[in-house]
Design a protein around this ligand. Structure first.
Ligand code: GLU
Length: 448
């Protein structure tokens, strides 16, 4: 007993020692490793094969220079990353993030999470992540195009529909995927649709991919509520962020009869007690690429709070859909005090370890990102499936597939948590479920 706990503690300490300064990566590994002791007790051969140790070490890490010129001709140099974390279940799969905060530690935490998330979907995809410390904010379309072309001119040699298939993440949407695909197509002389996902449906993308992460989170929360005899209908909700994930989470919540009273961006929070007007948010963010503060200028009943804490606004359902570590322990306690009954993570690792502990202790239904936001990458896998068969499915059929996948994820997480003596704990359920799927393949492949 104590031996296994000591072994896991050693693995965590080794990761911290060998990856200095990468605090988000340490956090992601610790959060998973801490839940795996019961797995090693039940399946000692995973310890013998050093599966946890191997899963914590990325298979490959690529770092490259991305030089580009802005509209005035000035040269800029950014740093590009792609970490192929694990390919036991399929080609590397995971998004690209363009944001000034991107560094190797951030990419590794995201890649590590992606391994488990992708396994949980049940689709044949490995885990990866990439990006650059490029800040697209305030850049013209031409500048973004030149950046994407330079980025792909180096990255293309590491990609392929059977090798590594990137998609979007923060700062990378349909526009960037278009420029990236165009450059890949040009320099490889191949129309290889399955090399990127999140493409526009008019040239090889899947319907519902854009909506999938947001819809998926809401489907997951719906399942968590159902297990407690509750529904989404009539609930007051708060959704942080106002990007792709937040927008479609709000859309689905409203379609199911909930009222979303607040959303945000990295500058501030909008509180609209009558219900957030999604058309306004979409126009500000998707068309004008502006800031959410503009919302309050158009809707006088709404309050805008610069640098406000969205989690202090009373709600029954909270969906963190912005970024990592946006919901800390004090915020979790504020949610609990205000009667919040469910938290579903649309972002990757948005809740701090102290926040997670507080939510679980208070009995809040908590859906960790690895499970709750897996609908995006699951639909990417559906896009790959359509590309491989040169087919295009209808919106209704694709959404139905997404809905079934999210229900399966919830059921499997639930059953796994029960099997490992932590009923209702989706942290335990998702970590162990993802681990077991990857571990079984890794053992089969031998020491590679
Ligand atoms: N970036 C998304 C995620 O965090 C999507 C990845 C993908 O579709 O490959 O899961």
């Amino acid at each position: 007993m104590a031996e296994i706990d000591a072994r896991i503690e050693n693995i965590i300490q080794d990761v911290i020692r060998r990856n200095p300064g990468e605090s988000e990566f340490h956090q992601a590994v610790t959060e998973v490793a801490e839940t795996l002791a019961p797995v090693l007790r039940k399946y000692p051969h995973y310890a013998e094969h050093k599966i946890i140790e191997r899963i914590c070490e990325p298979e490959r890490q690529i770092i490259f220079r991305v030089p580009w010129q802005d509209d005035s001709g000035e040269v800029h140099i950014n740093r590009g990353f792609r970490v192929g974390f694990n390919s036991a279940l399929g080609p590397y799969k995971g998004g690209l993030r363009f944001h000034r905060s991107v560094n190797l530690g951030i990419v590794k935490f995201l890649g590590f999470e992606q391994v488990f998330k992708n396994a949980i979907t049940g689709m044949p995809i490995g885990g990866a992540k990439g990006g650059a410390d490029f800040d697209p904010r305030g850049r013209s379309d031409d500048e973004v195009m030149r950046f994407c072309q330079s980025f792909m001119t180096e990255l293309y040699r590491h990609l392929g529909e059977f090798t590594d298939v990137p998609a979007g993440d923060i700062g990378v949407g349909a526009r960037e995927i278009g420029y990236l695909f165009g450059q890949y197509k040009r320099i490889t002389n191949r129309y290889e649709s399955g090399v990127l996902t999140g493409k526009n449906p008019s040239w090889g993308g899947s319907l519902v991919r854009k909506e999938a992460t947001g819809y998926g989170v809401v489907y997951f929360v719906e399942e968590m509520l159902k297990a407690r005899g509750e529904t989404i209908e009539g609930k007051t909700c708060v959704v942080s962020g106002s990007g792709n994930v937040a927008i479609y989470a709000i859309e689905k919540l409203e379609a199911l009869g909930a009222r979303v009273v607040a959303c945000s961006d990295s500058d501030g929070v909008v509180h609209d007690p009558r219900g957030i007007r999604l058309d306004t948010v979409q126009r500000i963010k998707e068309v004008e690429r502006g800031r959410i503060s503009a919302y309050a200028d158009e809707h006088p009943q709404a309050a805008y709070q610069p640098a406000g804490n969205i989690w202090s606004i009373p709600c029954e359902v909270a969906l963190p859909c912005a970024t990592q570590n946006e919901l800390d322990e004090a915020s979790a306690r504020a949610l609990i005090a205000n009667g919040c009954i469910a938290v579903g993570e649309g972002a990757n690792m948005p809740t701090t370890p102290g926040g997670v502990r507080a939510l679980l202790e208070a009995g809040v239904a908590y859906g960790p990102g690895k499970a709750a936001n897996a609908g995006g990458v699951a639909t990417s896998a559906l896009e790959m499936q359509q590309n491989a068969s040169r087919d295009a499915w209808t919106f209704e059929y694709t959404e139905q597939r997404l809905h079934e996948i999210m229900k399966d994820i919830h059921r499997h997480c639930h059953e796994t948590a029960e099997e490992f003596a932590s009923p209702g704990n989706h942290v335990v359920g998702s970590n162990i479920l993802g681990f077991l799927r990857v571990a079984e393949a890794m053992v089969a492949f031998g020491v590679i």
